[in-house]
Design a binder for this molecule. Structure first.
Ligand SMILES: [Cu+2]
Length: 255
């Protein structure tokens, strides 16, 4: 029994560590990143994963040792201890130190994604409106100014230029939603009553369609709140904008 129990815990440890190592080859890992935030976010993810792996192995080894060492029937009385000042200091200081390491390691990435000073210059390309249960993207019309009569709207699809910084304003019409594009390594909550600036840059050599999902449980239809970010080369993007403007000005009626 003791042998079996020890083997079971050992198998759990080996399988656990192996599954994380092998996940990528099974296609069960993060989707490949296609934005400028990708390398930084993935490096942070790996740093934290390595820390967790180290402590997972450490605690499992202690557990396996205890299962093996103390599962023998032993009639002697258990030794009672009450706290250890040194041990408590150690298991407080080590996690605190690790949290500090993470705090310093993430500063650059956070500043790049969220600090206003890192935002690209110029006007936002659109306002992204989240609502139960849909995404709408409001673009400035021919005058280039948002919130005027000639604005046009795109439903579900957020069309943006690839290979250059894209700034937009994230808003919500009702409850809290979350704008998330896993392949951009970007996630930002949309708060009712707030206009939140967000930016990203799709790699120039990776134009394409990327899944946009709501990452905040926002009601019964949350599951279907999916959209698409369509990153187009600059020329195609300009053509799309011109076409949308023309359609809007003609009320969709072909001449
Ligand atoms: Cu939502």
């Amino acid at each position: 029994m003791r042998f079996l129990a020890t083997l079971l815990f050992l198998a759990l440890l080996v399988f656990g560590v192996w599954s994380f190592q092998a996940a990528e080859s099974f296609g069960a890992w993060l989707p490949p990143h296609v934005s400028s935030f990708g390398p930084d976010i993935d490096a942070l993810f790996k740093l934290i994963l390595w820390m967790v792996t180290f402590f997972f192995i450490l605690t499992e080894v202690v557990l396996i040792y205890c299962v093996w060492r103390f599962s023998k029937k032993d009639p002697s009385k258990a030794h009672f201890t009450h706290g250890s000042h040194k041990l408590e200091m150690l298991w407080t200081a080590v996690p605190a130190g690790l949290l500090l390491v993470i705090a310093f390691a993430q500063m650059g990435a956070w500043a790049n994604i969220r600090f206003p000073s890192a935002f690209p210059d110029g006007e936002p390309v659109a306002v992204a409106w989240a609502s139960q249960f849909d995404w709408r993207f409001q673009y400035p019309g021919a005058d280039g100014v948002l919130g005027t009569m000639d604005d046009f709207e795109s439903a579900h699809d957020f069309v943006v230029p690839a290979g250059e910084p894209v700034k937009f304003i994230l808003r919500s019409r009702d409850v809290i939603h979350s704008f998330s594009v896993p392949q951009f390594r970007l996630k930002q909550d949309a708060m009712p009553g707030m206009a939140i600036p967000v930016w990203f840059q799709v790699d120039e050599d990776r134009p394409g369609d990327y899944e946009l999902i709501c990452m905040e449980l926002c009601g019964w239809g949350h599951y279907k709140m999916a959209g698409k970010v369509r990153a187009l080369p600059r020329a195609e993007y300009d053509a799309w904008v011109a076409d949308q403007q023309a359609q809007f000005m003609s009320n969709g009626i072909e001449e």
